[in-house]
Design a protein around this ligand. Structure first.
Ligand code: DC
Length: 203
């Protein structure tokens, strides 16, 4: 059985949490495609050239412990605007999407570019303030010393770069179901996602 669920949306909208829960619910494999860009971005912070880093990426690179820092997130967003970097990561994502047993991929361009014929597509979003508040709490809980205004600025900067790049900009696919998590709890957001996907599975 092949069934691809594409989950796109801006930073900290809840894609990761929803994707993991959806994958567990259906027994599908899950790929957080942001990690690919984060692993490439992290290498550029060490001085490696972005395209070379993307072409030489290994599964071990995705295990690095510091991929979730704000510095790596900004570096990821920058390398993600380079078409050759995106091209180097495409085949791996498409192969993952079509594996047997079903797959959930979350990112920015899964429903539009990587898997335009995915069986189910969601676009998960929330206001920039709500997303920054969530990210701020996560960072504080993880022991990072930062301020809400800094996190909000970071989120807005990343949104602008991800939405305005020429290659594979962040935008909902025409046939994506929109889920705004601004005023939804985690369980409500997951339930909304599963209801939308079930509608496509029985369609
Ligand atoms: O989802 P994330 O915050 O881990 O993603 C980090 C950056 O990677 C994001 O700002 C843009 C880029 N990205 C992308 O361009 N395409 C994807 N499919 C996933 C992430």
């Amino acid at each position: 059985m092949r069934f691809t669920i594409a989950i796109d949306g801006p930073a900290a909208a809840g894609k990761g949490t929803i994707s993991k829960a959806v994958a567990a619910h259906y027994g599908f494999a899950h790929l957080d495609t942001g990690l690919l860009y984060r692993a490439v971005g992290r290498k550029t912070l060490d001085g490696t050239q972005a395209v070379a880093a993307a072409e030489a990426l290994t599964p071990e690179d995705l295990e690095a412990s510091d991929l979730r820092t704000p510095q790596v997130a900004q570096a990821a967003s920058k390398v993600a605007a380079i078409p050759e970097v995106r091209a180097a990561l495409t085949d791996f994502q498409r192969a993952f999407a079509r594996r047997s047993g079903g797959a959930v991929l979350d990112g920015r361009d899964i429903g539009t570019v990587i898997c335009p014929s995915a069986e189910a597509k969601l676009f998960v979003t929330a206001s920039a303030e709500v997303r920054a508040e969530r990210r701020f709490k996560e960072l504080m809980a993880g022991g990072h010393d930062t301020g809400f205004e800094t996190v909000l600025k970071d989120v807005k900067e990343r949104d602008a770069r991800d939405m305005n790049r020429a290659d594979a900009p962040l935008k909902p696919a025409e046939d994506a179901v929109l889920i705004d998590t601004s005023s939804l709890g985690i369980d409500e957001a997951i339930a909304a996602a599963i209801a939308a996907i079930d509608a496509r599975r029985t369609a």
